[in-house]
Design a protein around this ligand. Structure first.
Ligand SMILES: NC(=O)c1ccc[n+]([C@@H]2O[C@H](COP(=O)([O-])OP(=O)(O)OC[C@H]3O[C@@H](n4cnc5c(N)ncnc54)[C@H](O)[C@@H]3O)[C@@H](O)[C@H]2O)c1
Length: 387
C-alpha cells in the first residue's frame, strides 16, 4: 500500500489513475509521494517516507530540487502536458493581432445604448479591419512541445512556417509537418517572417534574446508573440520598436507595468495553461510518473535524477539506489551484493549532473544486512526495495 499527499487541489481525472493500492493521506510526513501545483515547498521539512514529488505543471521554482536530490527524493514535472492549451492561445493571439478584434468588441460595447448601433457598426467597422493569417510567414523560435504544435496548426491554417531550434529533440522533429521550413539561423526568421513566436525556456543564454539587434533585422510591421517568458524579450527595446512602427503588435501572456494597457500590446494574464484539459493532462501525467516510479523504480521526466527504465518489475527482487554521481559507486554496490551471495540479473546506472540512479534486478531478494550496508556507502542517499 502506498500513500500520497496533495499539497494543492489536483484534477480528479489524474487522481483516479491511482489503483486500490494507493491511499490519500492528509499527513505529508507519512506519504510516499507528494503531488503539488503551486504550493511553496522550500521551507517544508519532509519526512523520510517521502520518495517522490510530482509537480503537475512544468516549472519547479516552488520545489527545492537540489535539497530533494541530496535526500534521494525524486522530483518529477509534466513537460508538454499543457502544450495544446498554450498552442491554442498562440493561435488566438495571432488572430487578435491581425484585426482589431478587441478594439472592435470594446467599441460595440460602448455603443450599446444607441438604437442605430447596426448602422453605426457598418460605418465604423473599417477602423478595426486588418489582414488574414493565411499565406503569411510565421517564424517559430524553439520547436519543443509547444512550438511544434504551433507549427503544425499554423500550417493547417495556411501559413508558411519557418522553424528555428538548434537543439530540437528527435521526438519533436518526427512530429513536425514536412512542410515546415528548417531555418538554420535566427536572421532568416527575423528577415523573412510576418509573425514571430518564441517558445524557448528562459536561461541566461536566452534572456533578452529578442533585443534591439533582433528588432533591427525584422520586417517592418512584424507581429511578435511571447507565450514563453517575459524576460526573453527586451521590452524597452520592444517599446521603441513599436513606436517606430517596426513592430505592429506585441502579444504577450505576461503582465507587467511596462506592457499593461500600452497601445499596440495585447496582454493576457498568464492564461497559456489555464484550461481544464491542461490541468487534467498534467495531473494524469504526474500520477503515471509517480506510479511507474513507486511500483517499478522507473524514472521519466525527473528534474533532479536521470531517466531510467527497466520496464515492469518481473524479477524476484529489484532495488533502487539514489546516490551522488561519484567514482567507485557501482563497484562498491556490486561488491556488497556479491558478498551477500546476491546475483545481479540486470542493472542500469544513469547520471544527471551531480546525482545518479541505479536500478538492479536480483535473482533473489536482498537481505536486510545487504540493504543496510548499501545505505552506509558514502554518497548513497536512498536505497529502496521495489520488490
Ligand atoms: N504561457 C504559459 O502559460 C506557459 C505554459 C507552459 C510553458 N510556457 C513556457 O513555454 C516554454 C516552452 O515550453 P515547451 O513545453 O515547448 O518546452 P520544451 O522544453 O518542450 O521546448 C523548448 C524548446 O526550445 C528549444 N531551445 C532551447 N534554447 C533555444 C534557443 N536558444 N534557440 C532556439 N530554440 C531553443 C529546445 O531545443 C526545445 O526544443 C517553457 O520554457 C515555458 O517558459 C508557458
Amino acid at each position: 500500500m502506498f500513500q500520497y499527499h496533495c499539497l494543492n487541489p489536483v484534477a480528479e481525472r489524474g487522481l483516479k489513475l491511482f489503483s486500490e493500492d494507493y491511499r490519500k493521506t492528509e499527513n505529508i510526513n507519512e506519504a510516499d509521494a507528494v503531488l503539488v501545483r503551486s504550493a511553496r515547498m522550500h521551507d517544508m521539512e519532509l519526512g523520510d517516507s517521502v520518495k517522490a514529488i510530482a509537480r503537475a505543471g512544468a516549472g519547479v521554482n516552488n520545489i527545492p530540487v537540489d535539497a530533494c536530490a541530496e535526500k534521494g527524493i525524486v522530483v518529477f514535472n509534466t513537460p508538454g502536458a499543457n502544450a495544446n492549451g498554450v498552442k491554442e492561445l498562440v493561435i488566438a493571439g495571432m488572430l487578435l493581432a491581425s484585426r482589431d478584434i478587441v478594439g472592435g468588441i470594446e467599441w460595440v460595447a460602448g455603443q450599446k445604448d444607441k438604437e442605430n448601433i447596426d448602422k453605426l457598426a457598418e460605418k465604423q467597422k473599417k477602423q478595426f479591419a486588418g489582414c488574414e493569417i493565411s499565406g503569411k510567414k510565421l517564424g517559430i523560435i524553439g520547436l519543443g512541445a509547444i512550438g511544434a504544435m504551433v507549427a503544425n496548426s499554423a500550417t493547417h491554417l495556411g501559413m508558411e512556417v519557418y522553424g528555428y531550434d538548434p537543439y530540437i529533440s528527435i521526438d519533436a522533429a518526427w512530429n513536425l509537418s514536412r512542410t515546415i521550413k528548417h531555418s538554420k539561423s535566427l536572421d532568416e526568421i527575423y528577415s523573412q517572417c510576418d509573425y514571430i513566436t518564441i517558445h524557448v525556456p528562459l536561461f541566461d543564454s536566452t534572456r533578452k534574446m529578442i533585443n534591439k539587434e533582433a528588432f533591427d533585422k525584422m520586417k517592418d510591421g512584424v507581429v511578435l508573440l511571447n507565450f514563453a517568458r517575459d524576460l526573453l524579450v527586451d521590452e524597452e527595446a520592444l517599446i521603441n520598436a513599436l513606436e517606430s512602427g517596426k513592430v505592429k503588435k506585441y502579444v504577450t501572456d505576461f503582465a507587467n507595468p511596462l506592457v499593461a494597457g500600452r497601445e499596440g500590446i495585447l496582454v493576457t494574464p498568464h492564461l497559456g495553461a489555464s484550461t481544464e484539459e491542461s490541468e487534467e493532462n498534467c495531473a494524469e501525467m504526474a500520477v503515471k510518473e509517480l506510479r511507474n516510479f513507486l511500483e517499478n523504480g522507473n524514472i521519466k521526466n525527473s528534474v533532479n535524477f536521470p531517466n531510467c527504465d527497466m520496464g515492469t518489475c518481473v524479477s524476484v527482487g529489484r532495488i533502487a539506489i539514489c546516490h551522488r554521481n561519484i567514482p567507485n559507486m557501482i563497484s562498491q554496490v556490486t561488491k556488497i551484493l556479491g558478498a551477500e551471495g546476491l546475483n545481479i540479473a540486470d542493472m542500469t546506472n544513469k547520471s544527471k549532473g551531480e546525482y545518479a540512479y541505479t536500478l538492479i534486478d536480483l535473482e533473489s531478494a536482498a537481505s536486510q544486512e545487504a540493504l543496510e550496508e548499501l545505505r552506509a556507502v558514502e554518497g548513497v542517499s536512498k536505497v529502496r526495495v521495489i520488490k
